[in-house]
Every structure is written in C-alpha cells, then in structure tokens.
Ligand binder design. Structure first.
Ligand SMILES: [Ca+2]
Length: 396
C-alpha cells in the first residue's frame, strides 16, 4: 500500500488519529513560521528605521534562537508520536477464532505499533461459518475498521477437523458478542495478494494464527509477492510433544502442506510453538488482574472468555496457554522474547503427519526460521492487559 495519507486514513481510528497528528504538526509549523516571519519582518523594518543595521543584526540572532527553542520543543512534544506513527508495522492477520485468536486479535487491534491491513479467516478451531462470524464480531467490538474476509474452509489436502473441545461449539465457549460488520467481498487469498501487490518490498508482516491454508494459497498462486513480505510469524508446531497427536500441534497438523509452503518461501519465518505458548500461561492471578483493571467491552469479553477456557491438563492444570497472542506480541514487542535461529520442516505423512522438526542445535543446513524460545510472561500479560483495557471503551 502506498504512503498516501487518504489511504492510510481508511485503516481505522488509530490510522486516522495518526493522519490528524501529521496535519496538526504540519499546520503548527506553518502557523508558527508564518506568524514569526510576519512579526519579525515588521520589527526588522521598525528597528532598521529607528535604530540602524546593528540593532537589526542582534534582533535577527534573537529570532534564530527563539525559533530553535520553539521548534526543538515541538520536536520533543510531537517526536515520539510521529516516530511511532511512521514505524507502525503493516500486518495481515490470518486467523480461526477461536478463544485465543480473539485475545490475539484484540491485542493487535489495540496496539499502535501495528497497522492491521486485513483480517483473513480460515476454518480451524471451528468451521469457517463460525470463525468468520467470530472474527467479524471481534473486529466490530474493537471499533477498528479493518476488512475481514473469508478464506479456506478446509486444508489443501485431506479433511477438515475442528477443535470444539478446546473452544466450544461456537469457537468462543458461548461468549456472545454483538454481530460485527459484514465480511469484505472476495476470498482471503485474493485479498492477501491485493494488499501485498500494493505494498513496498519487504514491508508487510503476515501473522498466521490458524491453519496456514490462506497464506499458502496466496503465496503459491503468485510467488513473486513473497518479496513484499517482511516476515511470517506463525503460531504453529512444537519442538517436542504435540497437542493433537503425540507428534503434532493443531495448526501444523490441520494443514501441514500449507505450512511447508510457508517454510520454503524464502522469507523470514518466526515460530511460536507450544513451548513458547506454554510460557504465556493465563493463571487465576492473571485473570483476576485483568478483571480488576476494568476497561471497555473488549476487556470484558476477554475476561468472560478466560473464565470459560478450561485449564490445560498438559500444563499441570495451572492455567491455560495464550497461544495466538504470542505471535502478535512478537510483532508488537519483540523485546519480550528470547530468540534462536533454527532449521524447521514439517512431516507430511504417516503417524507423524504435522510434526514440526525444529533443529535448535547442530543445524543440518542454513537456518530458515527463528524460534521464540523464551518469553517474559509478566511483560506479556502486562502488555496484553494494557492494550485490551484501552480498546473498545464505551461500546457497551
Ligand atoms: Ca488460532
């Protein structure tokens, strides 16, 4: 997408606010310089008329100093906001909401570090009809105007299997959200390619928090668009034991061929595996902290979802893992993670279908991914609470 301000302004209130900041800043400079120039011109004329050239020279130095002080002060006031606006990371989020997808989407939509260009939806945790309705509701509740588009309802190969035990039949464990805005026309792979076509080289981050079908279809059907991708951040796979089969994690298991396409596309890949997300453990204390924090409709929705998600027996019953928000958190606050270069591939056949083979040591070849190996969990939940609490206020 170009840097045209009118296009950026359509991306939502945050983008519009940033655009307003540009305009206010530019107008402030124009007014300041114009006003100062007019006053200075009048005073120079008067000084030259009554006191001669030496007084004029001294006055000119004073005006220079004054301008430096004022413009320096404006830089201090506006600089951080301008810097954040200019560095907002363009992202496409591919998702299958999904309780943890909902939390991840709220984190993304509440974070000014991200410029969410598109939410594309895939069947996964539940069927596409529900994941699409949930994604529309989540985006609607956030108050952000981001297009939501439907994608694949089944993987590239094989059948579709959902995970209602982990998310409820409706994907959100019965937490009812107001119906969201209509889906954007078209299908996900086309919409993803359209965003990439309009983007500068290596400028768009793809965040995949469901089966990788949509992202793989987009890149497989127009491979040269991979050059527009800055990074592909995926919640997928496991270094060790899976959570669907002994070998495989759910997203990788749901569409391993699609994951293989992404791992081989030549762009930087970042992996949040089950070992990463186990560190993002939502405990009773962390749930209580968000509830006590208050906030708007989105914070209440997250609290309601958290109250219904069962604790993970796999993680000792101490809480449940916030899988998908880990991938978004990397895009928002990478300093929360410790990272290691790895060689990653995915098994496509047999009982180990969907298993990710992640070499962390003694790499068999050049690294093709980075593994989010450690997480500052306190920092993660502090970030999550701050961004979710600040989103969707006043919307019910
Ligand atoms: Ca998901």
């Amino acid at each position: 997408m170009s840097n045209d301000l009118s296009l950026r302004a359509t991306a939502g209130p945050a983008a519009a606010a940033r655009t307003c900041s540009y305009i206010v800043l530019a107008a402030s400079y124009d007014i300041l310089l114009g006003y100062t120039g007019t006053v200075a011109g009048v005073l120079v004329a008067l000084l030259t008329r009554y006191n001669g050239p030496e007084a004029t020279l001294s006055f000119g130095v004073m005006v220079d100093i004054l301008l430096m002080v004022v413009i320096g002060g404006m830089g201090t006031l506006y600089g951080p906001a301008l810097g954040a606006a200019m560095s907002a990371r363009a992202v496409i989020i591919d998702t299958d909401p999904g309780t943890d997808d909902a939390v991840a989407l709220f984190l993304a939509l509440g974070s000014p570090e991200l410029d969410v260009r598109l939410v594309s939806v895939v069947g996964g945790n539940v069927g596409l009809a529900r994941t699409l309705a949930n994604a529309r509701a989540i985006v609607g509740l956030s108050g952000r105007r981001v297009p939501v588009v439907a994608g694949a309802e089944r993987p590239l190969l094989g059948g579709f299997t959902s995970a209602p035990h982990a998310h409820g039949d409706d994907g959100l464990f019965g937490v009812a959200l107001p119906e969201g805005p209509p889906a954007a026309p078209g299908v996900a792979a086309d919409a993803i390619r359209a965003v990439l076509r309009g983007a500068a080289p290596a400028s768009v981050t793809l965040i995949g928090i469901g089966p990788a079908t949509n992202l793989a279809l987009a890149l497989a059907t127009e491979p040269e668009l991979a050059g527009r991708v800055a990074e592909i951040v995926l919640m997928t796979g496991a270094v060790g034991e899976g959570n669907v089969t002994p070998a495989a994690e759910f997203n990788a298991w749901s569409d391993p061929e699609a994951l293989a396409v992404l791992l081989a596309c030549g762009r930087p890949v970042v992996l949040a595996t089950l070992e990463t997300t186990a560190q993002a453990l939502c405990t009773p204390a962390r749930k209580a902290a968000l509830r006590a924090r208050g906030g708007g409709a989105c914070a209440r929705a997250v609290c309601d979802i958290w109250d219904r998600v069962p604790v993970s027996a796999r993680l000792g019953g101490l809480g449940h893992p916030e899988h998908d928000a880990c991938a978004v958190a990397w895009a928002v606050a990478p300093h929360l993670f410790g990272v290691r270069k790895v060689c990653a591939s995915v098994e496509l056949a047999g009982a180990s279908r969907g298993r990710t083979n992640i070499f962390r040591h003694r790499l068999p070849g050049a690294a093709n991914a980075r593994l989010l190996e450690t997480l500052d969990a306190e920092g993660f939940f502090a970030l999550l609470g701050e961004r979710v609490a600040g989103l969707g206020n006043g919307m019910g």
